[in-house]
Write a protein that binds this ligand. Structure first.
Ligand code: FDA
Length: 580
């Protein structure tokens, strides 16, 4: 490799970097992605993939490929607390929208289904998409130094196979280099929060647990045994492949010393939490990672941007790690593409920080709170710090004793389990990320007041800054989501019966500004709102309009046809794209 000049240097090829590489390549942007490892993730790591992220895959055209290798939502539901797989079940919650109370709400919210896909299976799909679009991705290439000036960034990278170093000069750098981001360190990003709040061990293993799980299929099985109350108990079993491949995750306090991670020790922990000595266990790998609660104060410094764990680091609760990382890239990629193609002013790039930093803060706080909210579960089991096994076992027995004391304990447990909905059925957290400031034209109306808990429930709205609500539409016998009419790198105008002047204005504007802008009439003529659901969601009249950004967020709306649709649409698009 010789020295390189490019438009965008992406550092890191995890979920955030690969998504960025794929999206930039699809737009034909000259970009180089470097990653220090020889391949994609070699272990399962993060796995919960929420509907919003699957919508990004749908936009990239890889939803079916991902679904084909993921565990379906139907097999994700049972969240079980037990003393061991073979032991006593203590509590259960139907999760990830799979329970009858929540299922239809999840179904109505999105055309896409949540799935369980471990990172070592997801990343090759993202890599295939990126290279399919022509992305230039260089493995075993480590960033060792980076500086920036007013015109660009200069990176020194080392080829790990040969030890040779080279320079890459780029107009912009995207730091997708994870929790120890050198881009963040090297270019002076500041962070708020605490690191090293605890540590976790992931043990990836094979064990056939069909006998203990097929009747209660799920993603997470929490083993809570007397005498072990550290954070979330004796170990959480995460389904990698039903029902034979798992990650056993347990947490430890590094200030109390490092745990024994020998094969014998982790096998013993697995055996104890299975509770059946006849199950064969084969350890595949063991890795450790840190629990942090940290977010970058700004996501942009000059010509550098942070995405993914480089910008926000938090516990895995709510499964927001890879999801937020992929969604960061979905927000930033089109903005970089438009600026580099001369379709938008440089100031558009500031909106990435304005929009995604508050989301990152919200996500790290939610994830941390969800971990803390698990404490009432072990308290309800009767577990406490410093307890012996016997004391813990006696306290647990009290949970199932007849009489008022036992009844009170069981009520306490039911309340503690109910609280877990904020981690495992938090549809609002998963899908309702909104941009109050950024590349949107505020229409002066207040955001609708939520009529239910906004963390638990989805509140579709077309207020500028919100994600476009999903409704199924039909054309010539073919079903499509409102979201399918938008995205893929372009802006979209959606109007209804009588809104043809918006369509005409959009067609002219697309030519005039050389911006990809398509227009659709949804109602009867073009796309049919067969169930009438879109009419209940759109919050504008038939002749009103929504201008939707490439990342499915609403940029502008007008409640009805205006006197000057062409002028109004142009003013809105110019404002969003920071064009003078
Ligand atoms: P990610 O860390 O995935 O990728 C960083 C990329 O940057 C890699 O490609 C790396 O090679 C590259 N890189 C780093 N420094 C570089 C340099 N100097 N030069 C070039 N390339 C460089 N989350 C969760 O929700 N549940 C879980 O169970 C787990 N488990 C887990 C286990 C382990 C072992 C780890 C390390 C992490 C987890 N996580 C997790 C966290 C989850 O994996 C994380 O949120 C996402 O991977 C974040 O994706 P990113 O793409 O931002 O970074």
């Amino acid at each position: 490799m010789s020295d390189i000049t490019t438009d965008v240097l992406v550092v890191g090829a995890g979920p955030a970097g690969l998504t960025m590489a794929a999206l930039l390549a699809r737009e034909g942007i000259d970009a180089v992605t470097v990653t220090k490892y020889p391949g994609t993730a070699h272990s399962p790591r993060a796995h919960i993939t929420n509907q919003r992220t699957v919508e990004v895959f749908r936009d990239l055209g890889i939803e079916d490929q991902v679904k084909a290798v993921a565990t379906d939502n139907d097999l994700m539901g049972n969240n079980v607390w037990a003393t061991s797989f073979a032991g006593e079940e203590l509590a259960r919650l139907l999760t990830w929208g799979s329970g009858p109370e929540r299922h239809s709400e999840y179904q109505l919210a999105s055309p896409s289904k949540m799935c369980n896909i471990p990172q070592h299976i997801l990343e090759p799909e993202l890599l295939r998409a990126a290279t399919g679009f022509g992305a230039d991705i260089r493995f075993s290439t480590e960033l060792v130094h980076i500086t920036q000036d007013t015109d660009g960034v200069t990176a020194t990278v080392k080829e790990r196979d040969t030890g040779e170093t080279h320079q890459i000069r780029a107009k912009y750098v995207v730091g997708a280099d994870g929790g120890r981001s050198l881009v963040a360190q090297g270019l002076g990003f500041d962070f708020t929060g605490e690191s090293g709040l605890g540590a976790a061990v992931n043990v990836w293993l094979e064990a056939d647990l069909t006998k203990y799980t097929a009747h209660r299929p799920g993603t997470l099985y929490w083993m809570s045994q007397p005498g072990n109350d550290y954070w979330v108990g004796s170990g959480t079993w995460i389904c990698v492949k039903p029902w034979t491949e798992w990650v056993l995750l347990f947490m430890y306090d590094p200030s109390q010393g490092e745990p024994d991670l020998s094969e014998a020790a982790v096998t013993e922990r697995a055996r104890t939490t299975i509770g059946d000595p006849d199950v064969d266990i084969r350890i595949k790998s063991v890795s450790t990672w840190q629990i942090n609660h940290v977010v970058a104060d700004r996501y942009r410094e000059g010509r550098a941007f942070l995405v993914g764990d480089a910008a926000h680091r938090h516990p895995p609760a709510n499964g927001l790690g890879t999801n937020t990382s992929i969604q960061d890239s979905f927000n930033l990629a089109w903005k970089l593409a438009y600026v580099l193609q001369g379709k938008a002013g440089e100031a558009l790039l500031d909106s990435y920080d304005a929009e995604r930093q508050p989301v990152g803060k919200q996500v790290v706080d939610r994830a941390m709170k969800s971990v803390q909210d698990m404490l009432p579960i072990s308290q309800a089991f009767g577990f406490g710090p410093g307890q012996s096994n016997e004391e813990g076992a006696a306290a647990l027995r009290g949970l199932f004793e007849p009489g008022p004391k036992g009844e009170a304990r069981r009520r306490e447990l039911a309340t503690a389990v109910e609280l877990q909905n904020y981690q495992f059925n938090a549809l609002g957290v998963e899908i309702d990320q909104r941009y109050a400031a950024g590349a949107v034209v505020d229409d002066g109306t207040p955001w609708p007041e939520p009529d239910r808990d906004p963390e638990l429930h989805h509140h579709p709205t077309t207020h500028p800054g919100a994600r476009l609500p999903h409704a199924w539409l039909e054309k010539d016998g073919r079903a499509a989501s409102t979201l399918d009419l938008t995205g893929r790198g372009g802006f979209t105008v959606l109007t209804g019966t009588g809104g043809q002047p918006w369509v005409d204005a959009a067609t002219k504007l697309a030519e005039q500004l050389d911006v990809p802008l398509t227009a659709h009439v949804v109602g009867h003529e073009e796309w049919a709102d067969v169930l009438g659901r879109w009419a209940t969601l759109r919050e504008v009249e038939d002749t009103g309009v929504l201008l939707v950004r490439p990342d499915h967020h609403i940029a502008y709306r007008a409640p009805r046809l205006t006197d000057n649709p062409a002028g109004d649409l142009e003013a809105a698009l110019r404002q969003v794209l920071a064009l003078d």
